[in-house]
Design a protein around this ligand. Structure first.
Ligand code: NAP
Length: 252
């Protein structure tokens, strides 16, 4: 498939996990991918894997919670790659704790990296998308947006993504920009490995417990989120906007 031939895509937090899988999927379907991660070195690892397969990609180090850094990086992407058609707001962190003892710094960090980053990146991207009257913005929400013990900060940020998505779809729709979100359940990535470590479980046991709670009786893989992001970023979803699609193995 070459659904993204001639398209330039930015994927944030693409050094590993869902972001890296998404960068691969978009590149495999013809996109030139700007791979953003906290450091250029982390982004370069994904770019090296992509270029080894003959795909077009370039690495950028940028803290997506930093408004000015995002503006500069997105301007550089357009200078380097000639356009910006697709934005995937994927970078995210967790700092889990029960609410009564959640430090203010952990609240602020999670809101900044998971939600304010989407404001920063979407605002920087729409400047270019509005001019060209074409754009696709896909952001990572989470099943935790519906509430999850120990994740008040993360749940608030991921619910915020859904409100941001619905609103940007209204404001940017007249410029032929589709804005959607994906809300994964439990996906096997370094993020969930860290969660397992934090609660004193092995990754295997933690995943087995999550699988037991899931109708499909297994956890998800990064590629199973990447394929849905690619759908929403493609013309196959040309009349889909303002939606959050839960991708969680059937969990309610
Ligand atoms: P991950 O394995 O932890 O990868 C996240 C990536 O984002 C890392 O490469 C990380 O870089 C990067 N990053 C962190 N802070 C950043 C910043 N300020 N600026 C730029 N990059 C930054 O996470 P994942 O599991 O793939 O999750 C990807 C997205 O899906 C996140 O938004 C997450 O909340 C969401 N999600 C995940 C799951 C799941 O079960 N895995 C479920 C629902 C939603 P460093 O490693 O260098 O810090």
């Amino acid at each position: 498939m070459t659904r993204f031939a001639g398209r330039v895509a930015v994927v944030t937090g693409a050094g590993q996990g869902i972001g890296a899988a998404t960068a691969h999927r978009l590149a495999e379907e013809g996109a030139t991918v700007a791979v953003i991660d906290l450091t250029a070195e982390r982004a370069q690892a994904t770019v090296d894997a992509l270029t080894a397969k003959g795909h077009a990609a370039r690495a950028y180090g940028c803290d997506v919670a930093d408004h000015d850094a995002v503006r500069q990086t997105f301007a550089q992407v357009v200078t380097d790659l000639g356009a910006l058609h697709i934005l995937v707001n994927n970078a995210g962190i967790t700092r889990d704790n029960l609410f009564f003892k959640m430090p203010k710094g952990d609240w602020d960090a999670v809101i900044a990296v998971n939600l304010t980053s989407a404001y920063n990146c979407s605002q920087a991207a729409q400047t270019h998308m509005v001019k060209q009257k074409y754009g696709k913005i896909v952001s990572l929400s989470s099943r935790s947006a519906l509430g999850n013990r120990g994740q008040a900060n993360y749940a608030a940020a991921k619910a915020g993504i859904q409100g941001l998505t619905a609103t940007l779809a209204i404001e940017l729709g007249p410029y032929n920009i589709n804005v959607n979100a994906v809300a994964p359940g439990y996906i096997a990535t370094p993020m969930t490995v860290s969660t397992a470590e934090r609660v004193g479980a092995t990754a295997g046991d933690h995943q087995a417990q999550a699988a037991d709670r899931t109708p499909l009786r297994r956890v998800g893989q990064p590629e199973e989120i990447a394929s849905v992001v690619a759908f929403l970023a493609s013309e196959d979803a040309s009349y889909v906007s303002g939606q959050t699609l839960y991708v969680n193995g059937g969990a309610r």
